[in-house]
Design a protein around this ligand. Structure first.
Ligand code: KG4
Ligand code: ZN
Length: 341
């Protein structure tokens, strides 16, 4: 079994993965309420929470494993906030030392990429390799608060970076949009809720830059467009049209993500499409990306809701499946806050 540890940002999470069965248990403490008051994640506060939570969560996880059963500890070593990553890696090393087992360094972004296959494995663990082989090459879209990335999992499980955003991430665009609208943090779920029943065509927001075939995302124009729209409106009109504003804004973000994913699907010979990261919680995005896969007649894999945001199940699972890349061995494992894909 593999114990997964995630502490790169504002979630402290532990998971136990059994290659023969799947995720055996997962425990997560979210700091959303704490950081919500500040309108974003405060690294110093986040690291204090990780210190507080890591020990008790590891203790809880012991209901699912005993020493001798753990083969390794998979821990996020980047990208993320340095003081937060450091705590997860330190906890992993301490526990690994006590149990005399290796530490595997997992790239958080690759954790998101692989998260969409957790349920595929669980459905039939003994035939997982064949099931995975059938759906590679795979096009993956990670859409979170910090990242918007298109990448490709090749047949040999290596991952090629395709594109990211030249400015804001998709989740960031939703969070900043929500702030302009006077809503709370995080903005994505609030906008989604208020968008229900709104007219998606009430406001004509831009769908990112670039030619159709270009894969790079851009969301800063969308945010600026919302600001100008709001500046030109009376306060009462904004309140009256809140639902239309949210619906139109959300549609613009989803269209931009779907448009570039479609372009990427056109450029490669893909056998499946995946969606992960916090924004993958969004119902409209899940539906729209599902339709893109349907158009190409390939299966669509979306991370299940508890595995869209940051979690340790995806880290433990990546420690198992990402045979091309996981860093093994190490008490010399270092944190890499700026790590790319
Ligand atoms: O993956 P995540 O938990 O954190 C990062 O690693 O960045 O993603 C958080 C982001 C936030 O920007 C939040 O607004 C967005 O995911 N989000 C959503 C929804 N739930 C979370 N965006 C749209 N619709 C949602 N239901
Ligand atoms: Zn993440």
């Amino acid at each position: 079994m593999i114990l997964g540890i995630e502490s790169s940002c504002d979630e402290t999470a532990i998971a136990v993965f059994d290659p023969k069965i799947g995720i055996q248990g997962e425990w997560i403490r979210s700091q959303i309420a704490l950081h919500g008051k500040h309108g974003g994640v405060v690294p110093d506060l986040a690291s204090r929470e990780h210190v507080k939570e890591l020990g008790p969560l590891i203790q809880l996880s012991k209901s699912k494993w005993s020493s001798g059963q753990l083969e390794s500890i998979a821990v996020t070593y980047g990208p993320g906030l340095a003081p937060c990553l450091a705590l997860g890696v330190a906890a992993a090393k301490a526990l690994a030392l006590a149990l005399n087992i290796p530490v595997k360094g997992v790239n958080h972004l690759r954790g998101h990429v692989w998260s969409v296959f957790i349920d595929t494995h669980r459905a039939d663990p003994s035939h997982f390799d064949d099931a995975l082989d059938k759906v590679l090459p795979h096009l993956s879209l990670i859409a979170s608060g910090g990242h918007t990335i298109l990448c490709r999992i090749n047949k040999d499980r290596t991952i090629d970076f395709l594109s990211s955003t030249r400015d804001d991430a998709a989740g960031e665009a939703l969070d900043k949009g929500a702030k302009l609208l006077g809503l709370g943090y995080p903005g994505g779920p609030l906008i989604e809720k208020l968008a229900v029943g709104g007219n998606v065509n009430a406001f004509d927001f831009p769908r990112g830059l670039g030619r159709k075939s270009e894969l790079e995302f851009s969301f800063s124009g969308l945010k600026t467009s919302l600001r100008y729209t709001l500046e030109a409106m009376e306060k009462t009109a904004v309140e009256v049209q809140m639902s239309d504003l949210c619906a139109s804004y959300q549609q613009a973000v989803v269209d931009a993500l779907a448009r570039k994913s479609r372009a990427a699907l056109q450029l490669g010979n893909y056998r499946s499409l995946g969606l992960s990261g916090g924004v993958a919680n969004n119902g409209l995005l899940r539906k729209t990306m599902g339709l893109e896969a349907h158009r190409k007649q390939i299966p669509f894999f979306a991370a299940r809701p508890e595995h869209t945001g940051d979690n340790a199940a995806m880290i433990a699972f990546a420690g198992f499946v990402d045979t091309a890349r996981v860093l093994a061995g190490g008490f010399d494992l270092k944190i890499e806050p700026g790590l790319g894909l």
